[in-house]
Design a protein around this ligand. Structure first.
Ligand SMILES: *[C@@H]1O[C@H](CO)[C@@H](O)[C@H](O)[C@H]1NC(C)=O
Length: 278
């Protein structure tokens, strides 16, 4: 299974997103990460969880580019704790469009740009269990040791089984200067990434505050040696580096009137479909 987790950081700010009806706690509280979705692909008439993602608008999901295969059929499940179990208040919505960052190259993972957007076939209504993620302001850099949570259905142990229930784990940010130093990731890590963890331990801890959460990272890669290898923190795509890209993808798609006619239309009707002549 491809591992994907979302990195959320608690910050002060506006409340139309990032403020769960059921705030996260330790032990975990159901539906306390209401922007977390399960991305699922169809195979032999069944749906399989492959990656997590986050709801960034009523009809857009942010996930990792490495989770997206252009030939696959996807749906997104929202408001659910167990990806494959029907739960009241949860929704399954088909994905109508896959957009992978232009500079993503799966043969060059260490160049970064491991980010994609999925357009939903219908806009979802928000509820106590389905809410929007906030994105950080463009360019935001979290300081060293800033506490974050990873959430998702990724493996709990190296080579372990993936969990049924949505997991959360507290991770501390490792700043770029540290993460890119020798003995850590070195030159593998770029400024378009965020590192977190790497102390050999993932602990779930309670953070008390009533402010807002922001999604700062999308899990891109981690040590192939083990989940919690000393000085090899998980590497996330730094979302704050892609705010304008996200905006441009959404804007382009929103403004597009659909396919234009191949032959020029008469003045005044350019771009409009003419009725078939009888
Ligand atoms: C992706 O990276 C590989 C390996 O470096 C390279 O051969 C290929 O041309 C790249 N693809 C694109 C679309 O840039």
């Amino acid at each position: 299974m491809i591992r994907i987790l979302l990195l959320s950081a608690l910050v002060v700010g506006a409340l139309s997103c990032g403020s769960p009806t059921y705030p996260p706690q330790v032990p975990r509280v159901p539906n306390s990460w209401p922007w977390q979705v399960s991305l699922q692909y169809s195979f032999n008439d069944k749906w399989y969880h492959t990656c997590g993602g986050s709801l960034v608008a009523n009809n857009w999901i942010m996930t990792a580019a490495h989770c997206i295969r252009s030939s696959w059929t996807y749906r997104v499940v929202l408001g659910r704790q167990k990806p494959s179990t029907e739960e009241s208040g949860s929704l399954a919505v088909m994905v109508s469009k896959l957009v992978v960052h232009e500079k993503w190259n799966s043969s060059q993972v260490t160049k970064g740009n491991d980010i994609g957007l999925l357009k939903l076939a219908v806009s979802v209504s928000l509820s106590d269990k389905i809410q929007l993620a906030c994105l950080p302001p463009a360019g935001t850099i979290l300081p060293n040791h800033y506490p974050c949570y990873v959430t998702g259905w990724g493996n709990l142990q190296t080579k372990g089984k993936s969990p049924d229930v949505l997991q959360q784990g507290r991770l501390l940010v490792v700043d770029y200067a540290t993460c890119s130093s020798s003995g850590w990731w070195g030159s593998i890590v770029k400024t378009n990434m965020v590192c977190a963890g790497g102390d050999g331990v993932v602990a779930s801890c309670f953070v008390s505050t009533e402010n807002q959460w922001e999604v700062h990272g999308v899990v891109s890669c981690s040590s192939s040696l083990s989940c919690n290898y000393y000085h090899k923190p998980s590497v996330f795509t730094r979302v704050s580096n892609y705010i304008s890209w996200i905006q441009s993808v959404r804007a382009t798609r929103a403004l597009s009137p659909g396919a234009l006619p191949c032959s020029p239309a008469p003045a005044g009707r350019r771009g409009l479909r003419t009725p078939p002549s009888s």
